[in-house]
Design a protein around this ligand. Structure first.
Ligand SMILES: Cc1cc2nc3c(=O)[nH]c(=O)nc-3n(C[C@H](O)[C@H](O)[C@H](O)COP(=O)(O)OP(=O)(O)OC[C@H]3O[C@@H](n4cnc5c(N)ncnc54)[C@H](O)[C@@H]3O)c2cc1C
Length: 474
C-alpha cells in the first residue's frame, strides 16, 4: 500500500471534494411516495424515502382482509424489498412530525432531522367522523392494516357471540351489520360481508343461521356511489340487493351509542340495535397538511388538504411538493382531483420526472391528470366500471376490476398469491383468513354488559337501601 502511495506521480491532482448529489426526501411510501421513489431510481439524485411503517399497503384490497378473503401480507410489500435494486434510494422507517422549510429539513418523532434539497410530502389521509371522533371506537374505519384486522375481528366475533346468545333480540342485533357510507369502500365491504354471511359461513354454525344476518348499507345521498354516473349507481344497488344487502339511501347516522344507532331519513328519526357498525363515510388529510400550512402559510381545504400550484408545489416553496391524498389539485379541473391510487401514482411519477427536468434545466409543464376511470367491485363476480369511453356493470366490469387490481399489486409474489386465492374463492366461496386475533370483546357488547352490571349494582343498591330503610323503620 505504502509503495503504491510512494509511486504516485507527482502531477496527480489532489482529490477534489466529490459533488454531493441533489437530495430528494420523500415522506410516505404509499402510492404517491413509492411511485415517485421508483421513478427516481435511475436518476442522478440521492433519494431518502421515510415512512412510519416498513411496508407499502395496497389499500384498495383492505376490504378483503377485513372479510377474511386475504391475509395482511397478501396486500402489503416491504418498502426495502420493493426498492432494493435502486441503489440511490435509502429507506428510513420513522414518523415525520414537522418540517423546517427555512433550514430545509424534516423532523422525525425520535428527534432526528433529515435535510433535503427537494421534499415530496405524500402522507395520505385518515378517516373523518365529521366532528364525532368519539364514534371511532364503536364504528371503526378502514385505512390501515390494523383497521382491517379490527374490522375482521369484530365481524367474526359477532358471529361467535351470536352462536352463544340465547336472547333472540340480542342475537338479532349481533347478526346486524351497519356499514355507514355508500361510496366505493362501503359498497365493496357490504358486498363482501353479505357473501361471507350467506355463502361462506352458511354451514358453519349450529345454533344460528348466518342466512338471517342483516347487512345494511347506509348512504346520506339519494344513491350509492354518488360520484359515479347514475346508471352505475342503479346497477350497483341492484347487485348489492341481489347479494342480500339492504341499501338505505337518504339516511343519515345522527348518533351511535353502545349498541344503539340513531338514523334520520327526512324528518323521521329511528333507533336501531346493532353491535357492529363499520365506518366508510369520509376522509380527512393527514395531519402533516396542518404542519405544512403552519410552516409555509399554505392554504388548506376543508378536509385539510394542501392547495397546491399547477406543478404540485406548495405556493411560495418551489422545492416542496405534495402528492396523493394530501394534495388539493384543482387546476384546469372542475373539482379537486379525486383521492385515488391512480391520482397519487400519476402525481408521484410526474414529480419524479419534473425533478429530473429541473435538474437538467428543462422546462416543467403543469401536472396533467389522465382519467382512466373508476371501478367498484360487488361480491365475487360483479362490479361497476366507468371507463370514460364506456360504462360497464356486472361480470364484464368484474373481469376488468380483477385484472387492474392484480396488475397494480406491487410485488410479483403478491400478484401470484392473490390470483390463486381469488381463483379458489371464486369456485368454493371459501375465505381462508377468517381469524379472530387480539382482544375477544366487542366494544358495544362490553359497554352493554358493564351497563347491565352497573344497573344490577344499582338495583341491588336500591334493594339494600330499601332493606335498611325497612330495618330503620322497623
Ligand atoms: C379501504 C380503501 C379502499 C380504496 N379503494 C380504492 C380503489 O379501489 N381505487 C383507488 O384508486 N383508490 C382506492 N382507495 C384510495 C387510495 O388508496 C388512496 O387514494 C391512495 O392510497 C393515496 O395514496 P397516498 O400516497 O396519498 O397515501 P397512502 O397510500 O395512504 O400512503 C401514505 C403513506 O404515508 C405514511 N405516513 C403517513 N404519515 C406519515 C408520517 N407523519 N411520517 C411518515 N410516514 C407517514 C403512511 O404510513 C403511508 O405509507 C382506497 C382507499 C381505502 C382506504
Amino acid at each position: 500500500m505504502t509503495a503504491v502511495l510512494q509511486n504516485r506521480p507527482v502531477s496527480t491532482p489532489a482529490p477534489t471534494a466529490k459533488k454531493v448529489p441533489h437530495h430528494v426526501v420523500i415522506v410516505g411510501g404509499g402510492f404517491g411516495g413509492l411511485y415517485a421513489a421508483k421513478a427516481l431510481g435511475n436518476a442522478n439524485v440521492q433519494v431518502t424515502l421515510i415512512d412510519k411503517r416498513n411496508f407499502h399497503l395496497f389499500q384498495p384490497l383492505l376490504y378483503q382482509v377485513a372479510t377474511g378473503g386475504l391475509s395482511a401480507g397478501d396486500i402489503s410489500s416491504p418498502l426495502r424489498a420493493v426498492l432494493s435494486k435502486q441503489k440511490n434510494v435509502r429507506v428510513l422507517m420513522g414518523e415525520v412530525v414537522g418540517i423546517e422549510s427555512d433550514d430545509k429539513h424534516v423532523r422525525l418523532k425520535n428527534g432526528e432531522t433529515v435535510s433535503y434539497d427537494t421534499l415530496i410530502m405524500a402522507t395520505g389521509s385518515s378517516h373523518h367522523y365529521f366532528g364525532k371522533d368519539e364514534w371511532s371506537d364503536i364504528a371503526p374505519g378502514m385505512k390501515t392494516i390494523e383497521d382491517a384486522l379490527e374490522v375482521r375481528r369484530r365481524i367474526f366475533l359477532a358471529f361467535e357471540a351470536a352462536e352463544q346468545e340465547s336472547d333472540p333480540a340480542r342475537r338479532e342485533a349481533l347478526l346486524t351489520f351497519f356499514i355507514v357510507g355508500g361510496g366505493p369502500t362501503g359498497v365493496e365491504l357490504a358486498g363482501a360481508l353479505a357473501e361471507l354471511a350467506y355463502e361462506t359461513l352458511r354451514e358453519d354454525f349450529r345454533s344460528i343461521n348466518p342466512g338471517e344476518t342483516k347487512v345494511v348499507l347506509l348512504e346520506g345521498m339519494d344513491r350509492v356511489l354518488p360520484p359515479y354516473p347514475g346508471d352505475l349507481s342503479v346497477a350497483a344497488k341492484k347487485s348489492l340487493e341481489k347479494l342480500g344487502v339492504e341499501v338505505r339511501t337518504n339516511t343519515l347516522v345522527t348518533n351511535i351509542e353502545g349498541d344503539t344507532v340513531t338514523l334520520k331519513s327526512g324528518d323521521i328519526e329511528e333507533q336501531v340495535q346493532a353491535f357492529t357498525v363499520l365506518w366508510a363515510a369520509g376522509i380527512k388529510a393527514s395531519p402533516m397538511g396542518k404542519a405544512i400550512a403552519q410552516q409555509t402559510g399554505a392554504e388548506l381545504d376543508r378536509i385539510g388538504r394542501v392547495i397546491v400550484e399547477a406543478d404540485l408545489s406548495v405556493p411560495g416553496c418551489p422545492n416542496i411538493f405534495i402528492a396523493g391524498d394530501l394534495a388539493h389539485y384543482a387546476h384546469r379541473t372542475e373539482n379537486p382531483l379525486p383521492g385515488t391510487a391512480a391520482t397519487a401514482m400519476q402525481q408521484g411519477e410526474y414529480l419524479a420526472s419534473s425533478i429530473k427536468k429541473r435538474l437538467a434545466n428543462k422546462t416543467v409543464g403543469a401536472f396533467e391528470y389522465k382519467d382512466n376511470g373508476t371501478m367498484a367491485v360487488i361480491g365475487r363476480n360483479e362490479a361497476v366500471a366507468d371507463l370514460g369511453f364506456t360504462k360497464l356493470s356486472g361480470f364484464p366490469a368484474w373481469i376488468i376490476w380483477i385484472f387492474v387490481h392484480i396488475y397494480f399489486l406491487i410485488e410479483f409474489d403478491n400478484k401470484l398469491l392473490v390470483m390463486l386465492q381469488w381463483g379458489w374463492h371464486y369456485f368454493t366461496s371459501q375465505r381462508g383468513a377468517r381469524l379472530i386475533t387480539g382482544d375477544d370483546s366487542i366494544p358495544a357488547l362490553s359497554a352493554l354488559v358493564i351497563d347491565e352490571m352497573t344497573m344490577g349494582e344499582q338495583v341491588r343498591g336500591e334493594q339494600a337501601r330499601t332493606e335498611s330503610t325497612k330495618m330503620v323503620d322497623a
